[in-house]
Ligand binder design. Structure first.
Ligand SMILES: Nc1ncnc2c1ncn2[C@@H]1O[C@H](COP(=O)(O)OP(=O)(O)OP(=O)(O)O)[C@@H](O)[C@H]1O
Ligand SMILES: [Mg+2]
Length: 271
């Protein structure tokens, strides 16, 4: 269970709060999308939940975060090992190993797991993510989509209860973005909390169980994709949603599948 209550964050040397009075909660099995324009506080919220504030980023923080009985604010990143898997905004900056195998194995090596277990676990995670064939490749040679999958695999190695991903779809083409989005949905279904901080919404929005929209550090709204879609029009909505909006429709679809259904029912009414 994740509970965020009245969270405020202010970085040093800034007058404006990066997060103001944020509250929401999530339970295992949920894919939660945290959307918002650039500068709205997505990365700051991801950092706070993953225990980086104030232990790594020396910002002022108040309010409460509870993550499976842990307190990321007072206990910091190390107490969340095995509970939170974090995938940062620029995976190429976080990747430190020469090969894909080493990159996925690193969290397990750091915790001193036996060699046989590490071999088994790395293969298992790589198979789940469809990157088994990449295990011997150099991380430097990977495409953005492949690197993103490797970062997710590494974050999953310790089988965390919560996965926090900061803009995992930003540099991906449509096909990789669709693959990663449905992969994240599958991970959530295995009783995990998956938190996706993102403003590229085409593929992920229809899959989200809950959407939280941030704007200038505040929570603008929270609800199902359908409930929040109008609030997202000024940020980023799936192309198909925008097309229906521009054509003057009131009932906006959030996916191509939904658009087809809308279109069929409109046709029936006209015929
Ligand atoms: N390390 C930092 N020091 C000072 N201010 C920061 C720091 N990181 C973020 N900020 C400020 O906090 C506010 C929220 O930024 P944040 O990076 O959380 O937004 P974001 O929604 O992730 O934006 P983007 O979509 O561009 O990644 C912005 O005004 C930003 O300038
Ligand atoms: Mg960000």
């Amino acid at each position: 269970m994740l509970v965020v209550k009245n969270l405020y964050v202010k970085y040093p040397e800034t007058t404006e709060y990066a997060l103001k009075n944020i509250s929401f909660s999530s339970t295992p099995g949920e894919l939660v999308l945290i959307a918002g324009p650039s500068g709205s506080g997505k990365t700051t919220l991801a950092r706070a939940i993953a225990g980086f504030i104030p232990s790594f980023y020396k910002a002022e923080i108040s309010g409460e975060i509870k993550l499976f009985n842990r307190d990321p604010i007072s206990e910091g990143i190390s107490s969340l090992r095995g509970i939170v898997g974090f995938v940062g905004q620029n995976p190429e900056m976080f990747v430190t190993s020469l090969t894909v195998f080493e990159e996925i194995a690193l969290p397990l090596i750091n915790l001193g797991y036996p060699k046989e277990y590490i071999l088994k676990r790395v293969k298992e995670v790589a198979r789940d993510l469809g990157i088994y064939d990449l295990l011997d490749r150099l991380t430097l040679e990977l495409s953005a989509g492949q690197l993103q999958k490797v970062s997710i695999a590494s974050a999953l190695a310790l089988n965390p209860k919560v996965l926090v991903l900061d803009e995992p779809l930003a540099r991906l083409d449509k096909i990789s973005s669709r693959f990663i989005s449905s992969l994240l949905k599958k991970i959530a279904r295995k009783s995990k909390i998956v938190l996706v901080f993102e403003h590229h919404l085409d593929e992920i929005l229809p899959l989200a169980d809950k959407v939280i929209v941030l704007n200038r550090g505040k929570k603008m709204c929270e609800g199902t994709p359908r409930e929040v879609v109008e609030h997202l029009l000024n940020i980023d909505v799936p192309e198909i949603t925008e097309a229906f909006y521009l054509a003057g429709f009131k009932n906006l679809p959030i996916s191509v599948m939904e658009a087809v259904k809308h279109y069929d029912s409109i046709k029936k009414r006209l015929v």
